[in-house]
Structure formats: C-alpha cells, structure tokens
Design a protein around this ligand. Structure first.
Ligand code: NAD
Ligand code: UDP
Length: 342
C-alpha cells in the first residue's frame, strides 16, 4: 500500500517507517521537523533498505498536504502532534491548534484524496487515574491536562468521521509507555533539553550528562512505593502499527486498542533492570511526588492480541540495553548536533 506517515521523522514514527519499509509498503512522510531532524529519515531508509518520499511541511498547511497526497495514498498513520504535558498546560491554544487543527486539515485532505484508512496515535493518558488495573479500553476516560484533552478530542473526531463514512476505517492506538530504540543504535528518542520521561533521564544519568535521577515519590500504594507503569519497546510498538494497518485494510469502522506489555514495572524496578542490562550505575535520590502523577497503571492488551495478533516480544532488559546503545552511539551524535544549533 501507499502509506502517508505524519510525524514520520519523530521517535515512534521513524521506527514505524522502518517496519513499513520492511513490510513492503511505499512510504511518504510529512513532518515539519519541529521536534525531529531530517537526517533521521536517511537512517530510516538505510535500515529499511528502501527509499521513502519526504514532504517537509506542516499538516495544517493545505499545500503541503496536497503535495503529500499527490502520488495517491491508500492509508494514513497519524503521529504528528505536540506531546509535552507541561508545555500543553502553559500553551493550550498552541496544542489545540497543532494537534486538533492539524488532524482536521489532515482528514479533510484524506477525504479529498479518497483515502479512507487511518491509524492514530492516542495515549493511555486519556484514562487519567484508572479505577482498576490492568486498564481495559472501556475504562472511564478522564483527561487531566490540555495534551490529554487534544488526544481525546482527536479520538472523538475520528470516531465521528467513521460513523459518517461507512467505508472508512480507523484504529485508535492507546500507547502506554514507549521506551527503547532500534537495536542498530541508529534511531531512538532524542528529547530536547532536560527529559521529562523516566527512561531518557536514566540514560542521561548513565552517560554522565546528569548527576543523578530524582525519583518522584516512594510513598505511593504500589509494590515498592514508586510509580508503576507499563513500559513497551518502541520496535514492538512499530510492529503493532503495521498490523493495525492490515486490520484497517480488512475492516470498516473505528476500533480502539491498548498497546502495552500488560506487565507492571515500578521506577525502582526499571532502574535496577537498567543497571543489570548495561552495567551502568544509576545514582538516585527520592524527592517529592511530581504533581499530577498517577500512582500506577498498566495495560490489558488482550484486545490488541486478539484483533491484531500482536503481542509485545521484547522484555525490560532489551528495552534498557537498546535505549543505552542508542544514547551512547547515535543519541550522543544527535545531541551534539543539537547543541551546535542552540
Ligand atoms: P515526536 O515528537 O518524536 O514525533 C512527532 C513528530 O511530529 C515530530 O517529528 C514533529 O516534528 C512532528 N510534528 C509535530 N507537529 C507537526 C505538524 N503540525 N506538522 C507536521 N509535523 C509535525 O513524538 P513521538 O514520541 O514519536 O510521538 C508520536 C505520537 O505518539 C504523538 O502523537 C504522541 O502524542 C503520541 N504518543 C507518544 C507517547 C510517547 O511516550 N512518546 C505516548 C503516547 C502517545
Ligand atoms: N519519574 C521519576 N523521575 C523522573 C521522571 C519520571 O521518578 O525524572 C517517574 C514518574 O513519577 C512516573 C514514572 O517515572 O512514576 C514514569 O514517568 P514518565 O514521565 O516517563 O511517564 P508518565 O508519567 O507520563 O506515564
């Protein structure tokens, strides 16, 4: 199929493009590079063994979208979004404009081009603090910040589009905590400035860029008092997108699926797994809880298992080893480039 990948130069998009190229799809990427670099796409093509088409532009720009669709697109995987929770609280209008405005423009371009299949990046953040774990897709939705609200509104607007278009097909993927990197060390997560998320912070402590990890609270009602999440290898996540695309191609309507391992992991457990996998010590101190944090949640991935035939294959050791390999090789390279930019 001819696939348009919005945000394909980003962290999850780049790994998904590699998987799409391996699966034999023709790939067009549209990305405005607001949180990524064009050189990532050179690496994607090297890893995928084939070329892709790149349109540098914003999904809110109708001319750029028209260029992206001009070769005929069968299906869209929609990653392009701003994703920092704290920033979304400070700049809600920017988040609504980029994420929701961008999605509306994209879907209008899909309609104009006759593309009727969509795979969408949603997030477990739409569940907020769940009543029960593991979390199933029918759990109550309780967004707690503007970023989460943009994801929920985008889910709803895609659902309404499917309801109005009987031939349309959409798969809404609620990711739990994507971590790790491609095992080649060529692509991975490259956060700007001080990382908000746990795994990028750990790798930067391991590499000596940051003195120690601050663990936000050890008084939660969890296995060891620290926050519990469901960490998922980004290559497993990328594979799920290829399967979701096959599913969208074979069905109509709108389906919502959790993507996680189904295995809970505390902050301290992740720190110990990283130390064991890499041999790098992670000095850490316990500090106050981070405002807005949820004590624990992890996925019930049974629905994705059943409908996509997908199960996460890679364990915590692999996630840590690959995250470290990337940061101590390619991640360091990209960081140096970035420091020259600023
Ligand atoms: P990322 O920032 O690495 O990738 C997003 C890409 O989209 C970037 O390359 C950015 O330049 C591009 N982009 C943003 N706005 C754009 C616009 N208006 N036009 C064109 N390009 C634009 O983020 P990621 O971690 O790869 O996340 C991908 C998607 O997955 C996002 O929608 C995010 O909300 C969602 N998600 C991510 C996580 C996570 O932990 N990484 C968890 C749940 C959901
Ligand atoms: N965390 C931490 N120190 C950090 C970053 C995160 O202790 O520097 C904790 C955080 O409190 C949470 C877990 O690690 O319990 C995962 O946080 P992350 O931001 O990666 O994911 P999210 O909270 O968005 O699921």
């Amino acid at each position: 199929m001819n696939i348009l990948v919005t945000g394909g130069a980003g962290y999850i998009g780049s790994h998904t493009c590699v998987a799409l190229l391996h699966a034999g799809h023709a790939v067009t990427v549209i990305d405005n590079l607001c949180n990524s670099r064009a050189e990532v796409l050179d690496r994607v093509q090297a890893l995928g063994g084939r070329t892709l088409r790149f349109v540098q532009g914003d999904i809110r720009d109708r001319d750029a979208l028209a260029r992206a669709f001009e070769d005929g697109i069968d299906a869209v995987i929609h990653f392009a979004a701003l994703k920092a929770v704290g920033e979304s609280c400070a700049q809600p209008l920017r988040y609504f404009d980029n994420n929701i405005g961008g999605t509306i423009a994209l879907m209008q371009a899909m309609e104009a081009a006759g593309a009727q299949q969509l795979v969408f990046s949603s997030s477990a953040t739409v569940y907020g603090q769940p009543d029960r774990v593991p979390v199933k897709e029918d759990a109550p939705l309780r967004v707690t910040n503007p970023y989460g609200r943009t994801k929920l509104v985008m889910e709803q607007l895609i659902g309404d589009w499917c309801a109005a278009n009987p031939q349309a097909s959409a798969v809404l993927l609620r990711y739990f905590n994507p971590v790790g990197a491609h095992p080649s060390g060529l692509i991975g997560e490259d956060p700007r400035g001080e990382p908000n998320n746990l795994m990028p912070y750990i790798v930067q402590v391991a590499s000596g860029q940051r003195p120690q990890l601050r663990i936000f609270g050890n008084d939660y009602p969890t296995v060891d008092g620290t926050g519990v999440r469901d960490y998922l290898h980004v290559v497993d996540l990328a594979d799920a997108h290829v399967k979701a695309l096959d599913y969208a191609n074979a069905h109509t309507g709108c389906e919502t699926l959790n993507l996680g391992t189904g295995k809970p992991c505390s902050v301290l457990e992740l720190v110990h797994a990283f130390e064991q996998a890499t041999g790098q010590p992670i000095p850490h101190e316990i500090v106050a809880r981070r405002p807005g944090d949820v004590a624990e949640y992890w996925a019930d991935p049974a629905r994705a298992n059943a409908l996509l035939g997908w199960t996460a294959q890679r364990d915590l050791t692999q996630m840590c080893a690959d995250a470290w390999h990337w940061w101590s090789q390619g991640g360091g390279l990209a960081k140096n480039n970035k420091e020259q930019d600023s």
